[in-house]
Design a protein. Structure first.
Lengths: 415, 186
């Protein structure tokens, strides 16, 4: 019996010929990424670590520090990387949301395993990497031992066909899938098929990232020429990509005709079976609009936002917050003029951080407020008050909604 | 050694997410204070009612969401173990790694009512509702996972293995120290 992408990678890294759903395997981890939250408060330095070259530290969730507790973590991180000779340290100033930093610096490689202390680590599945968010104690353990264990889950394959309309983004594809098929707890997601070639890398990353919102274990894309070009540009070479076997066994195969899709929105609470096309939502006022996060703070997301906002103005009473996913994205978006367009429209551009997405700082919602967000989660209370409502949509929809003050199909706002 | 837990059962529903158990505002607090905010919205006041040795039992996809060390907060409250019809796998791992016993029991919310006493044995996979005498068995967890739980979590195991100062070994079984030592996720 053949293997799915994830089964192939787990088998390879466990030193086994084959693995099947239900197996528990011990695997070597190729890259482990620690985040700033890991160092807050006490932080116990280890006696020894597995390999400093397989480790990175990214300051992202709470930078610049919004609390004294977070501020206390910075020196712990700096001392740790100095003591153990860790060269991949992305300190404040060269920082970014860890999944963006991972992508920019080639830390996620096809066919390899990546672990990180953030639940959206599955983002790197866009690069054919078996990537998972794990708890802080487990990431700490991998840092020490270089290994961890996984229970091999069954895989759902999304077979993509057709060409997506230009007005449809990765976010819309994901929200459609989440609405149609719901939760995928204790399952892996695999994306491939003839339609994949028409989905750019930034959209793949949005989709892979949000595997976490339907509770998937791993969320991984097939390797192809689009991925190879992306990696070539970043100097990532010498990897062994993992393609699924033709006779791989799947829990389910779901065919998605990209040509039939349109902009989607998820209602507050969850993305699972809770969405609809934006065109069918009805009139919904918003107080805050947010474009950012590991899912949608990429350069292309800011380009799309700038194109919608250019020469327009954010509606009175609406706050539009835009958070570039990294310093590198920030710099490039500035050079290309995107930030000028965004700020001229009346938006606030923030420092690169996880910030508003997880309701920690820089854009927390108050009771009774409504937010339209392109970030990762619309759980109750996620972005601040539990009495606030969070709708989720693409950067284009969020930008269009900020202009009108109501959740708006971006196709109806002429560029 | 047998890994088993027995106590009063609190019954919760499906899809309890990590924001409902460890909200962002609580991440700014010390672990002991943060633990007072578990279920702050879905069941206000619960943390004042729960007693040491009690069991939290939930429905499907228990713990979806973030990698925040929620399990350590439950341990902080003295919760003896978690039971669910289905665990979110990241949340399950976090429980194991915090040394908090967790058992998957299909149909559990139909078999247990709030206030029942339950006994759950991870070593042989058996469970029993001591109030109604209903009982059953589930597949045993792999030895690797049982070993981590038995060690009191992954950090005390690392101390045993020499990766962490050995004098911290016992201390790391304490959730407050463990959560501080390894920090948080998101």
């Amino acid at each position: 019996m053949g293997m799915t992408i994830i089964e192939r990678i787990l088998a390879r890294k466990a030193g086994l010929d084959t693995v099947s759903p239900g197996d528990t395997v011990v695997v070597d981890v190729d890259m482990t990424v620690l985040i700033d939250l890991q160092f807050a408060t006490m932080w116990i330095a280890p006696n020894r670590i597995h390999d400093p070259d397989k480790l990175a530290v990214v300051m992202d969730h709470a930078v610049p520090a919004p609390t004294i507790k977070d501020a206390a973590g910075g020196p712990h991180a700096r001392k740790f990387v100095a003591d153990f000779g860790i060269s991949r340290f992305y300190d404040v100033g060269r920082h970014g949301i860890c999944h963006q930093v991972i992508a920019e610096n080639g830390l996620a490689r096809p066919g390899e395993i990546l672990a990180c202390t953030d639940s959206h680590t599955c983002a790197a599945g866009a690069y054919n990497t078996a990537a998972r968010g794990l708890g802080p104690a487990e990431v700490y353990s991998i840092m020490c031992t270089g290994t961890t264990w996984f229970q091999v889950a069954p895989t759902v394959r999304y077979e993509l066909v057709g060409a997506k309309p230009n007005t449809v983004s990765g976010k819309d594809i994901f929200l459609h899938i989440a609405n149609e098929y719901g939760e995928a707890a204790n399952l892996n997601l695999e994306f491939g098929g003839p339609g994949l070639a028409g989905i750019p890398m930034h959209d793949r990353r949005t989709i892979a990232t949000q595997g976490a919102e339907v509770s998937a274990d791993f969320s991984t894309f097939e390797p192809d020429d689009v991925l190879k070009s992306f990696l070539d540009e970043r100097g990532v070479t010498g990897y062994a990509a993992a393609a699924p076997d033709p006779d791989a066994a799947y829990h389910d195969v779901r065919r998605i005709d990209l040509a039939t899709l349109e902009p989607y929105v998820a209602r507050p609470g969850t993305v699972s079976r809770n969405g609809l096309p934006v065109s069918r939502l009805g009139k919904q006022k918003v107080d805050q609009a947010f474009i950012g996060s590991c899912a949608n703070g990429q350069l292309e997301d800011l380009r799309i936002a700038a194109e919608v906002l250019r020469g327009k103005a954010v509606a009175p009473g609406v706050r539009l917050l835009v958070t570039p996913a990294s310093q590198a994205v920030y710099s490039e978006a500035m050079r290309l003029g995107y930030l000028q367009d965004i700020v001229d429209a009346g938006a606030v551009v923030t420092n690169s951080t996880c910030g508003a997405c997880f309701g920690y700082h820089m854009g927390v919602l108050g009771p009774g407020e409504v937010c339209i967000t392109s970030s990762t989660r619309n759980f109750t209370g996620r972005m601040g008050s539990a009495e606030a409502e969070i709708f989720m949509a693409s950067p284009a929809t969020v930008a269009a909604s900020a202009i009108t003050g109501y959740i708006t199909d971006p196709r109806s706002v002429a560029a | 050694m047998t890994i088993a837990f027995s106590g009063k059962v609190w019954v919760f529903g499906d899809n309890l997410d990590t924001d409902a158990m460890y909200p962002a505002f609580a991440m700014k607090m010390e672990p002991s204070e943060a633990a007072r905010h578990i279920f702050y919205e879905v069941r206000p006041g619960w943390t004042d009612q729960v007693s040491r040795g009690d069991i939290v039992l939930a429905g499907k996809n228990f713990g979806l969401g973030s990698s925040r060390p929620v399990a350590a907060l439950f341990t902080e409250l003295g919760v003896a173990g978690l039971v669910a019809e289905e665990f979110n796998s990241l949340f399950f791992r976090n429980a194991v790694n915090a040394g908090l016993p967790a058992m998957t029991v299909p149909g559990a919310t139909g078999v247990f009512h709030e206030g029942d006493t339950g006994t759950f044995n991870l070593t042989d996979g058996s469970w029993r509702n001591d109030t109604t005498a209903a009982s059953g068995t589930v597949p045993r967890l792999p030895g690797l996972i049982l070993d981590i739980i038995e060690s009191g979590g992954v950090l005390s195991r690392l101390a045993e293995q020499g990766y962490l100062p050995s004098e911290l070994g016992d201390l790391l079984r304490s959730p407050t120290v463990a959560i501080r030592g390894a920090g948080s996720g998101a």
